[in-house]
Design a protein around this ligand. Structure first.
Ligand code: EAX
Length: 326
């Protein structure tokens, strides 16, 4: 009898305690964050850092759940999800954002930035602020600009040395008007396609080639289905860490600050991670069987010049000059 009573009492106390916890403690907030790249990509590494920082800065009140490899959709799907509030956050290349705001187009021009320092300065300064502001009416909060990288051309047909070598190749591109125009100008047949379909398209030879930073060519294993790698660096691809405006506004001021600080800290970490990787990637891709060429970049830049004329009115000459430095 005594033991049963004691057990019942313990049970009651336990129940009261658990109920108290449930009422008293605010529910943990979850940020689901989608990206299209591989689980060992620079995006994933940077995002794991971001998740760690958010957890530490909010004492565990906010958890970032990362979904890699387009698990919750393509970049376009994810951006739309963030605008609708059906997805909390995403890390995307800025190229598909040009379909949501023309302010982004300037970064898509071929050979517009000569080096990373120029890109970082613009993205972390006035131009970046304008790009971010242009997404606000769409319900998107831009937390920071990270790095995707300088894009290099790969294909299964032939080594690329000069612009004429690109003519006739079917090249997969991101859904972006300036990128499409650039490859049309070079005489290629551009095919817009979500990243998630790319490996299979290369494998089945639906397309001859693609262009992406070295780190993606490595971590998405494109070297398995592409023989030729040309170190063109024709586009600089920034990445944007985006969050739903409504979700962000629903956080406490302290939580908002924690997230913003974590986004900047992880940005610096991710950019450095990309730079540190760079040196070893060419030799790793060679070792994996790729044939590497260093094309005549002056000739490429010259061949791409008509694209500037084509988009000058839409982008604005001053904006172009400010970023290009000429
Ligand atoms: O944002 O689609 C692409 O080629 C991008 O480089 C990729 O999704 C990373």
């Amino acid at each position: 009898m005594k033991r049963t009573a004691c057990f019942a009492l313990t049970l009651v106390i336990a129940c009261v305690f658990v109920a108290g916890l449930a009422i008293g403690a605010p529910a943990k907030k979850i940020i689901r964050l989608n990206h299209t790249l591989a689980p060992d990509s620079h995006y994933q590494m940077g995002l794991e850092k971001f998740a760690e920082l958010v957890k530490a800065k909010t004492n565990g009140a906010i958890e970032v759940q990362i979904f890699h490899s387009s698990q919750l959709g393509s970049e376009r799907d994810a951006i739309e999800g963030v605008t609708l509030g059906t997805l909390e956050a995403t890390l995307v290349s800025t190229a598909p954002l040009a379909n949501f705001s023309k302010k982004f187009l300037v970064f898509d021009l071929p050979f517009i930035v000569k080096d990373r320092a120029t890109a970082y300065k613009a993205l972390d300064g006035e131009l970046g602020d304008q790009m971010a502001a242009s997404l606000e009416p769409k319900g998107i909060k831009t937390l920071a600009f990270w790095e995707n990288g300088f894009r290099m051309l790969t294909n299964s047909k032939r080594p690329i040395q000069k612009p004429a070598d690109v003519a006739g190749l079917k090249i997969r591109l991101m859904e972006n008007p300036v990128h499409m125009a650039t490859f049309k100008t070079l005489g290629a047949a551009p095919v817009p396609m979500p990243f998630g379909e790319l490996f299979t398209a290369l494998q089945q030879k639906t397309v001859d080639g693609q262009e992406n930073p070295l780190v993606i060519i490595k971590t998405s294993k494109f070297y398995e289905v592409q023989k030729h790698l040309a170190l063109t660096g024709h586009f600089y691809s920034p990445a944007a860490l985006l969050m739903g405006q409504k979700f962000f506004r629903g956080l406490t001021p302290d939580q908002q600050k924690a997230i913003q600080d974590a986004a900047y800290e992880a940005r610096d970490w991710e950019r450095k991670y990309c730079q540190d990787l760079e040196d070893s990637l060419v030799s790793e891709l060679k070792a994996a069987g790729m044939q590497v060429t260093r094309p005549d970049l002056d000739a490429f830049e010259k061949a791409c010049e008509p694209v500037y004329k084509q988009f000058e009115a839409e982008i604005g000459l001053d904006t172009i000059k400010a970023l290009r430095g000429k």
